[in-house]
Design a protein around this ligand. Structure first.
Ligand code: HEC
Ligand code: HEC
Length: 288
């Protein structure tokens, strides 16, 4: 085994291993392979020196550059927060109209409003602000209290029948429960209400309901049933109903009233978020 032997054909030394006449050549590693390996070693040593590499009892070697991916992420987050704070501060100090004129602020406000809506409002008003029975649609142009930016912001800030000192407030009387009207009168006035949207089936009853309506309802709901924003009283002559368009729903609300409650958000949400929400709701399609 110790004697070196050369292969006749290739001129290469053999390792001395032989199987059934087949000998193993002792070919050197290819040059390019060796170069790559040495380069890797040099690179690896350089890396240990320059970058964090070796763990030890109380931490790790920090390297000449002192690099840390955690510090890099923290710096990125800090930069993002600073950028956001710039926008949040500008939203806090700007009035609603100024925000609407500034596309960048507007974009920031809409994004913030949308996420705050999902967290705080969608449970009652629906994920697409489409509303539901007792909860008004916020994406149409039919408003109980009004659809300008300021009015929407006020509604969000103070709520409706919310118990806040500044809340929007009004109370439709419970005409049946408080015995202001008899059951028959309620049937008649309900029929009259149906006639306002062309749904009445009993013309005689509707006619008898007219004077009751004029006496008891007109102050809030208006002569033609157009509603009144001063009281948040719904339009009774259109196709949009808060509690239901059929006779039973109308008789029920005239008998017992409803007093829908919308919570106030002042003190629960930051003022900037309330602004963003107002802008978001206003931009849903029905803003005035
Ligand atoms: C607990 C249920 C509830 C939640 C939560 C709620 N609302 Fe309301 N909201 C109501 C009800 C009920 C009304 C209608 C009250 C009435 O009859 O006048 C209303 C009315 C409104 C109105 C007035 C609509 C109009 O036609 O004038 C706006 C604007 C509004 N909500 C926005 C919001 C926003 C924004 C949020 C989230 C921050 C929110 N609401 C969360 C129940 C809720
Ligand atoms: C003090 C003002 C006021 C008076 C008076 C009043 N309403 Fe209302 N009405 C309201 C308000 C506010 C609402 C919304 C109810 C809520 O959200 O609680 C309402 C809601 C209704 C609704 C439901 C509308 C819908 O879209 O579903 C009907 C129907 C109605 N009123 C009929 C009447 C009739 C009929 C009378 C008279 C007999 C009357 N109201 C008197 C304030 C009033």
């Amino acid at each position: 085994m110790a004697t070196t032997e050369r292969d006749e054909i290739s001129g290469q030394e053999t390792t001395g291993h032989e199987w059934d006449g087949i000998k193993e050549l002792d070919s050197p590693l290819p040059r390019w392979w060796l170069m790559v390996m040495y380069a890797c070693i040099v690179w690896g040593v350089g890396y240990w020196v320059l970058y964090p590499a070796w763990p030890h009892m109380s931490g790790y070697t920090k390297g000449v550059f002192g690099y840390s991916s955690r510090a890099e992420v923290a710096a990125d987050i800090g930069a993002a927060n600073d950028a956001r704070k710039v926008f949040a501060d500008r939203i806090a100090s700007a009035d609603l109209e100024t925000i609407r004129q500034d596309p960048k602020l507007m974009e920031f406000a809409l994004a913030g409003g949308k996420s705050a809506y999902g967290d705080n409002c969608a449970g009652c008003h629906g994920s697409a602000a489409q509303g539901g029975k007792g909860y008004p649609n916020l994406s149409d142009d039919d408003w109980l209290w009004g659809g300008s930016l300021e009015v929407i912001q006020q509604t969000i800030r103070y709520g409706i029948r919310s118990g806040h000192d500044e809340t929007r407030d009004s109370e439709m009387p419970a005409f049946g429960r408080d015995e202001v009207l008899s059951k028959e009168q309620i049937d008649q006035v309900a029929e009259f209400v149906l006639s306002l949207s062309g749904q009445a089936k009993d013309a005689a009853a509707a006619q008898q309901g007219a004077p009751i309506y004029a006496e008891q309802c007109v102050d809030c709901h208006g002569e033609k049933g157009q509603g009144s924003r001063e009281f948040g009283a719904p339009n009774l002559a259109d196709a949009i109903w808060l509690f239901g368009r059929d006779g039973d729903s109308i008789r029920a609300i005239v008998t017992n009233s409803r007093k829908g409650v919308m919570p106030h958000w002042q003190g629960r949400l930051p003022e900037t978020t309330i602004k963003q929400l107002a802008i978001y709701i206003h931009a849903l399609g029905g803003g005035e």
